[in-house]
Ligand binder design. Structure first.
Ligand SMILES: [Zn+2]
Ligand SMILES: [Zn+2]
Length: 141
């Protein structure tokens, strides 16, 4: 089945609005905030890799996304599962950080990690960084 380009653009716009709404809802939680930091090169590279996996292939999807591959919708990507995209129902909040390993520098952080969600169109990318990396990528805590 082919989707008309106008319908596809409408679906993509709705998915982007849904992603932004979910981001704002997450930012309203305790200890969370919404910021508009310019993309750090590390974050830009992570988002580029996600886009590449979607456009040239290689991404793995949850069963719900596999059921509707052509429909733009909110998808979640997590730094700790590279190349895997899941629907909101398959994303569990709050995230359980198992080993306090920073997604950027890959060092163990005894002081815990800062979890961040970045919106990139309909993609919500979540990552957990040590204090040093968090300050560099996302600005002061
Ligand atoms: Zn799913
Ligand atoms: Zn780090």
């Amino acid at each position: 089945m082919t989707i008309h380009p106008t319908a596809l653009a409408d679906q993509r716009q709705a998915a982007c609005a849904d992603a932004l709404s979910r981001l704002k809802a997450a930012a309203a939680g305790p200890g969370a905030r919404l910021s508009y930091e310019p993309d750090h090169p590390w974050l830009t590279e992570q988002l580029r890799l996600i886009t590449l996996s979607l456009t040239i292939g290689g991404a793995k999807f949850c069963e719900h996304l596999n059921a509707h591959p052509a429909s733009p919708r909110v998808v979640h990507a997590h730094a700790w599962t590279p190349g895997v995209l899941v629907c909101p129902d398959c994303t569990k909040f709050p995230y359980l950080i198992r080993d306090n390993t920073c997604d950027r520098c890959h060092r163990h952080s005894r002081r815990g990690l800062w979890t961040t969600i970045a919106a990139h169109g309909p993609v919500l990318f979540t990552y957990a960084l040590c204090r040093t990396c968090h300050t560099e990528v996302d600005g002061p805590a």
